[in-house]
Design a protein around this ligand. Structure first.
Ligand SMILES: C[S@@+](CC[C@H](N)C(=O)[O-])C[C@H]1O[C@@H](n2cnc3c(N)ncnc32)[C@H](O)[C@@H]1O
Length: 395
């Protein structure tokens, strides 16, 4: 007879297994507590005490890991279902994960084929009155996105990095006078291998593009994954601009975004950053960067920044970490700070959309950046998308 799924009536059986398996860590906790209370521990206050504490902490972590690993095996040593409460919650997660990804990616493919992204490309990007706003399916299906994908020679897909490129360009087009014909000066903070500097140079703008000094980036994954701008070459896209024009109009500067250097103040008609300010160490540092970036603007200048937006939780978020997640209250807070300095912030719009691709929240593991077909995704368990903030210095 096939064993039946454990139901509420088997709760007694289900709870016995975790107790048994967790016994080693309970024993270790008791050893640690006895050690902490002992006179020897107080006496050995120096390195010996610290080394013993480190060993006990490591042993505790190892014991917890192995007991949890045992709980999460699908079968026991006899090949029977590994019935316990954690298994009941977790047993189907991998299957659900692949179902979600398969259906979501298939939906993205079908929507593209049905023409969602195949808009007629207008000869000029129509004004959309962009707000400070989140990534949506409607934006990616707009005529302005079609125009900028065409200019960037990118095949439109439901991918939030493409939204970021188009959003920044459209925001600048709407706020920088003569943007389509060039003649302005801009600075791109941490451009990596973005195509924007090449297109902007081709449009006729003069640009400074920045990134962390190389020695500060090595070992943090940016260089290894091709996201660091070590040399101007990496920002050069031959399909968008010729080399002499690029060399003449684009210069690279290495700088930490946590210290926007004073000689840049008041030098630029526009500045932008994409997917960068969430990497500065904390939410406070990200917000400080936004405020400091305003200093580089001339009167009439415009800033556009895109970053991570945790739209699914207004209380809890990730802070003090290599990737932090901003919430609505943080954008409201920085908007108040900028307005307090006389800057004009494009109205904040936190609508994340309700079209199918807005409701599909992808889950890890994610494909390489350019191949993802999602606009919303789980980061550390939080529902996230991108948010773009636009502000200008009055003339
Ligand atoms: C995800 S990449 C984004 C690159 C590019 N904007 C893009 O969208 O492809 C993040 C970048 O932030 C840079 N970075 C991280 N911390 C930084 C800091 N404190 N100052 C300047 N750049 C930093 C890294 O070197 C990396 O190039």
């Amino acid at each position: 007879m096939r064993p039946t799924e454990p139901g509420p009536s088997s709760r007694g059986l289900a709870t016995r297994t975790p107790e048994l398996r967790l016994r080693p860590s309970v024993r270790l906790v008791a050893v640690r507590d006895r050690w902490k209370r002992s006179a020897l521990a107080r006496a050995a206050h120096g390195w010996l005490g610290r080394a013993a504490n480190r060993w006990l902490a490591g042993a505790l972590r190892g014991a917890a890991r192995s007991s949890i690993g045992g709980l999460l095996r699908r079968t026991n040593e006899r090949g029977q279902p590994n019935i316990n409460e954690l298994w009941m919650v977790a047993k189907d997660i991998d299957i659900l994960r692949s179902d979600v990804k398969n259906f979501g990616y298939e939906m993205a493919r079908q929507l593209s084929e049905q023409g969602g992204l195949a808009r007629k490309v207008p000869s000029e990007p129509p004004r959309a009155g962009l707000r400070s706003q989140a990534t949506t399916q409607a934006d990616l299906e707009s005529e302005w996105a079609a125009y900028w994908c065409d200019r960037l020679k990118i095949r439109p897909i439901y991918n939030r990095k493409i939204w970021e490129f188009c959003y920044v360009l459209q925001a600048l087009r709407e706020r920088v006078p003569g943007f389509l014909t060039g003649g302005s000066r801009g600075i791109g903070f941490v451009c990596g291998q973005e195509p924007l500097p090449s297109l902007l140079a081709q449009l006729g703008h003069e640009l400074v593009v920045t990134d962390l000094p190389l020695e500060d980036s090595i070992g943090r994954g940016w260089v290894e994954t091709g996201q660091h701008l070590s040399r101007a070459d990496l920002a050069f896209h031959a399909s968008l601009v010729d080399r002499p024009t690029f060399d003449q109009r684009v210069s690279v500067r290495h700088m930490d975004m946590n210290h926007v250097e004073g000689d840049l103040d008041g030098q630029f008609d526009f500045c932008w950053s994409i997917c960068a300010l969430e990497h500065l160490g904390s939410i406070a540092q990200g917000l400080d960067f936004i405020e400091n970036s305003a200093r580089v603007l001339r009167p009439g200048g415009t800033a556009v920044h895109t970053t991570e937006f945790n739209y699914g939780d207004e209380d809890e978020t990730i802070d003090d970490w290599p990737v932090v997640l901003f919430q609505r209250r943080h954008f409201e807070q920085i908007a108040r700070r900028l307005e307090g300095q006389g800057l004009s912030v494009a109205p904040l719009d936190f609508d994340v959309g309700s079209a199918p691709m807005d409701r599909f929240v992808d889950v890890p593991p994610y494909p390489p950046q350019g191949q993802a077909r999602h606009l919303k995704l789980a980061i550390d368990g939080f529902r996230c998308t991108c948010f773009g903030l636009i502000f200008s210095r009055p003339r």
